[in-house]
Design a protein around this ligand. Sequence first.
Ligand code: AMP
Ligand code: GLY
Length: 438
Amino acid sequence: MKVLVIGPGGREHAIVRSLLADPNVSEVHAAPGNAGIGKLVPTYAIDGNDPDAVAALATKLGVDLVVVGPEAPLAAGVSDAVRAAGIPVFGPSKAAAQLEASKAFAKQVMAEAGVPTAMARVASTAEEAADALDTFGAPYVVKDDGLAAGKGVVVTNNRDEALAHAQSCFDAGGSVVIEEFLDGPEVSVFVLCDGRNTVALSPAQDFKRIFDNDEGPNTGGMGAYTPLEWAPEGLVQEVIERVAQPTVNEMAHRGTPFVGVLFVGLALTSRGTRVIEFNVRFGDPETQAVLARLKTPLGALLLAAAKGELDKAEELRWSRDTAVAVVVASENYPDTPRTGDRIRGLKKVDELEGVHVIHAGTKLDEEGKVVSAGGRVLAVVALGTDLVEARERAYDGVELVQLEGGQFRTDIGRKAARGEIKVMAPSTGTLPVTKTKA
Ligand code: AMP
Ligand code: GLY
């Protein structure tokens, strides 16, 4: 089968890489892609957010499946246009993508479906915001209601800062969702959905803040690892039964069935598992780590989801290895990233055992050299027999990457490797839960 992958980032590079390893897949095309994707498959310089342009390219190439990577094209209706052209597409409709595009919509669906999440209130004036902040108390959680690439959320103990973030969203013509603070470790679970059926991938953990020890502003994600040895037994089952299946049922009931990945962002709090957010696409950089372990052919799986046939798909098989992805970002990310710098050393990274480079914000300059072209530039992904070995290999790779002003976190997966992550049992609030491999 022939597949077209839409998107410019690391997630899409990882998807293309996995599709190329699927014996069912004869051709992969990508748009717009990046320098790393361009080395593997033909790329097309179209606007991936333009529904008509994507549908026209998919038709011209005669592909059997379109996989939409990022949220922006989904929210713009790219899937609808491709479906209308009669081509199966892995990615939700514009209507179903509201689960990510509007945090207020997501909260409504969660309430209808009985999904456990943080208590929340929508505010559109300074008065409403102040009232909601005082209802829930510190730490304060204020979220821009629209798409903000993971950067629209402020979590702070400072009430003035919380109010100022709300005001900046109001000034931009938007509204905010203000929530109770959720304690406990965060987990990302990707659930493949075909409108009816759900299949969960192996959980991963992401590192959202720019600096070590979770300091500094939120980013799109600075690294990830999987699986989570410390996760409570039955977590994936719980996510399917209490979160994903009820949500998929509710979306079908509303006449806007969900096809694609439901990305469930969870907090394992002292009061139980709570949904922090939904996204409607694979996570970046978690996907770089998760797909590195997936042995089931990806193309066949995504096609089954696109066609409503996940119940007939092959059962998932995973490598026993642990995968770690460490993001290298440009100077000044997540503010205004510096771009256009040469990136050297990537060949040497790819030569390391169990290590590969996934490109994100890269492009070829006029001389055909790889240069930085975005905030998150690339990820070094490593497999190892355990988290300690995978981390060592990933950081050996990162050390070989030469990028002026490049930044990376040194603590991706470190706490877990040291056994320092504790999940509090909801019943007692203090006892660590028994752990098994998730
Ligand atoms: P979101 O865009 O909703 O995923 O939020 C980005 C990040 O902000 C999350 O990954 C959390 O680290 C943090 N966050 C969001 N909501 C909450 C909450 N209710 N309690 C604590 N932290 C939160
Ligand atoms: N890494 C989190 C996200 O993709 O939103």
